[in-house]
Design a protein around this ligand. Structure first.
Ligand code: CP
Ligand code: NVA
Length: 306
C-alpha cells in the first residue's frame, strides 16, 4: 500500500522521530539521491514561495526531476477532473505534491493515485509546515513533552495542523483568537478526544501567552479569503504579536511565523526581526524536512519507478 502525507494524524510518534533523524541525515549528507531517475509532479493552485522553492530544490537535491504545474496550466477540476489527473501522474511520475484550495480535491487525487500524494497546503491544513516547525523547535532544543505553544490569530489551516500534531506529540496548545475565528470543529474535537495534549481555545491573547515557550502567528487573511480582508483587520486588531505581548511570555520564549508576514498587522517588525524570532530557521527547514518526507514516501512506495 502506498502512503501519502496528507494529515499529521496519520503519522505515529515513532515515525515522527524517524523523520527527524532522516532530515538530520539528509542535511548532513546532501549526496544521497533516493529520487534518482524519478519525477515528482507539483501542482500549485495558490501562490507559494517557500513551499515551491523547497520542494523544487529538494526534489533536485534528491536526484529527481520536478515538474511544476500551475492551475492555469492544467485547470484541475475545471479543464480536467482530479481523478483523471491522478491517473496520468501515476503512469508518468513517482509522487505528487499539491497545493490546492479545496481539501476534497486533494483527497480525490490521493484516492485515485497509485503514487504518494503530499499535501503542500489546502484551505484545511498545512502539515509540511508544522512537521518542519517541530523540526525547528527540536533544533533549538525547545521540543519537550508539554511544551506550551500559543498561537495568536486566526484558527486557520496552520492551526488545524498544529491540532493534528497535538494528537501525535504531547503539548499544551493554546489558540487565542476572536470569537468566530476558531479552528475546524472536527479536528478540534478529535484533538481534544485523543487526550494526548492539553488544548485550549481562548479569546484573550494577553492571558494566553503567560508561560509560553513558543508564540506562533500567521496572517489574518489566508489565501482565498481576500474579500474578507477589511472585516478581518478589524476583528484581529487586538491580536498583534509585538514586544509588549512577547514580554509576558517566558523570557526564553521563541517567536514563529510560517511566512509570508505582514509587519504591523499580526506581528511587529521589531519582533519578527528580533533575537527571539526563529522564523528564517523555520523557512530553511522546510527544505530539510520535506526532503525527509519525500525520501520516506519513496522508500515506502518501493519500486514504483517512473
Ligand atoms: N509558509 C509557506 O508555506 O510559505 P509559501 O506560501 O510561500 O509557500
Ligand atoms: N494561512 C496561510 C498560510 C500561508 C503559508 C494561508 O493559507 O494563506
Amino acid at each position: 500500500m502506498k502512503k501519502d502525507f496528507i494529515s499529521l494524524c496519520d503519522i505515529t510518534p515513532d515515525e515522527l522521530e524517524e523523520l527527524f533523524l532522516l532530515a538530520d541525515s539528509l542535511k548532513k549528507n546532501p549526496r544521497r539521491r533516493p529520487l534518482e531517475g524519478k519525477s515528482v509532479a507539483m501542482i500549485f493552485q495558490k501562490p507559494s514561495l517557500r513551499t515551491r522553492v523547497s520542494f523544487e530544490v529538494g526534489v533536485a537535491q534528491l536526484g529527481g526531476h520536478p515538474v511544476v504545474l500551475s492551475q492555469e496550466g492544467i485547470g484541475i477540476g475545471v479543464r480536467e477532473k482530479a481523478s483523471d489527473i491522478a491517473q496520468l501522474f501515476s503512469r508518468m511520475t513517482s509522487m505528487v505534491v499539491a497545493r490546492l484550495f479545496d481539501h476534497a480535491i486533494l483527497m480525490e487525487l490521493a484516492n485515485i493515485a497509485t503514487i504518494p500524494v503530499v499535501n503542500a497546503l489546502t484551505d484545511l491544513s498545512h502539515p509540511c509546515q508544522i512537521f518542519s516547525d517541530m523540526y525547528t523547535l527540536r533544533q533549538h532544543n525547545k521540543l519537550q513533552h508539554g511544551i506550551k505553544i500559543v498561537f495568536v490569530g486566526d484558527g486557520n489551516n496552520v492551526v488545524n495542523s498544529w491540532l493534528e500534531m497535538a494528537m501525535v506529540y504531547p503539548m499544551h496548545f493554546v489558540l487565542a483568537a476572536p470569537n468566530g475565528y476558531g479552528p475546524d470543529p472536527t479536528i478540534l474535537k478529535n484533538a481534544r478526544a485523543s487526550n494526548l495534549s492539553q488544548i485550549e481555545v481562548v479569546e484573550d491573547p494577553v492571558a494566553a501567552v503567560k508561560n509560553a515557550d513558543v508564540i506562533y502567528t500567521d496572517v489574518w487573511t489566508s489565501m482565498g479569503q481576500e474579500a474578507e480582508a477589511e472585516i478581518r483587520k478589524k476583528a484581529f486588531a487586538g491580536y498583534v504579536v509585538d514586544s509588549t505581548l512577547l514580554s509576558l511570555a517566558k523570557s526564553d520564549c521563541v517567536v514563529m511565523h510560517c511566512l509570508p508576514a505582514h509587519r504591523g498587522e499580526e506581528i511587529s517588525g521589531e519582533v519578527l526581526g528580533g533575537r527571539q524570532s526563529i522564523v528564517f530557521d523555520q523557512a530553511e527547514n522546510r527544505l530539510h524536512a520535506q526532503k525527509a518526507i519525500m525520501a520516506k514516501l519513496i522508500e515506502q512506495a518501493g519500486n514504483n519507478s517512473d
